[in-house]
Design a protein around this ligand. Sequence first.
Ligand SMILES: NC(=O)c1ccc[n+]([C@@H]2O[C@H](COP(=O)([O-])OP(=O)(O)OC[C@H]3O[C@@H](n4cnc5c(N)ncnc54)[C@H](OP(=O)(O)O)[C@@H]3O)[C@@H](O)[C@H]2O)c1
Length: 273
Amino acid sequence: MVETDLLSLEGKVALITGGTSGIGLAITETYIQHGAHVVIVGRNKKKGESISKRLDRPQSRCLFFQCDAGDQEQVKTVCLQVLEKFGKVDVLVLNAATEYTEAISEIKMAHWQRVLDVNLSGPFYFIRNLVDSMIKQKKGNIIFTSSAVTLTGAGGGMHYPASKAGLKGIANRINYELLGKGIRANLISPGVIDTPMLRKKYPDNPEVNKHLESQIPYGRIGKPQDIANLALFLASDLSDYICGQDVVIDGGRTFYRHPKGSLASKNDDQNDR
Ligand SMILES: NC(=O)c1ccc[n+]([C@@H]2O[C@H](COP(=O)([O-])OP(=O)(O)OC[C@H]3O[C@@H](n4cnc5c(N)ncnc54)[C@H](OP(=O)(O)O)[C@@H]3O)[C@@H](O)[C@H]2O)c1
């Protein structure tokens, strides 16, 4: 019998953007269960504070910081506050994202910019403000929530997959430049996961679920916990030697082909992710 918890996060401080909903919330709950202190970041103060109040405990603090991840000044302020409070961030989960479902010819320039600001520049702002403290402690673990759309292009217009693919470049650069200083980065690429973001486009009813499930060889829609399980492993010392990986968690959906042979049917159009 193994006596030590190999997945223990005790003593670690994690910052999770978008830790107040869906995938980010499942990661937050999982990290707290395994003993980490967790800072959650989001825009909705009421929601964030009620979640942090529910999860906060003396051995594993859960604190909410209000911040728009696409606003570099707000990100800077939050990072300074977190470093002041905890002195370090060991695990940085860059998970917050936004999307607009628009055909290429209809993409609004403001939407293009907003998606890149939140999904691509946002992670850069957090890294830029926290990397020196990671270099100083010779340890840092950065986990990105990317998306399987980087493989298929099927979802969230053109801005969303572009922003998610950009994260791979950021992760590569971190590993290239900073692995020797103890800092590593990996990506998780979810497929169709049952979260508020998904349900904005696909209402939770039997007909819609059947349609989604028909495209997933494993036969079910993903759960936020499916993603949190890998995020736990990646945050733990068990994964210490793993870097630069992009793990798709999609129940095999990237293997799915519509009967006509294309990735997206006419009906799915840009609604697919
Ligand atoms: N669900 C899926 O099927 C799926 C598939 C592939 C990839 N993903 C990725 O998984 C991640 C989590 O998505 P989810 O499905 O869990 O979505 P979700 O339930 O809508 O949660 C999104 C989280 O991000 C926060 N957020 C959004 N915009 C923000 C901003 N500008 N600044 C700060 N926080 C912001 C939200 O909080 P506030 O609203 O309070 O700001 C919320 O906590 C995203 O990166 C998404 O692209 C999801």
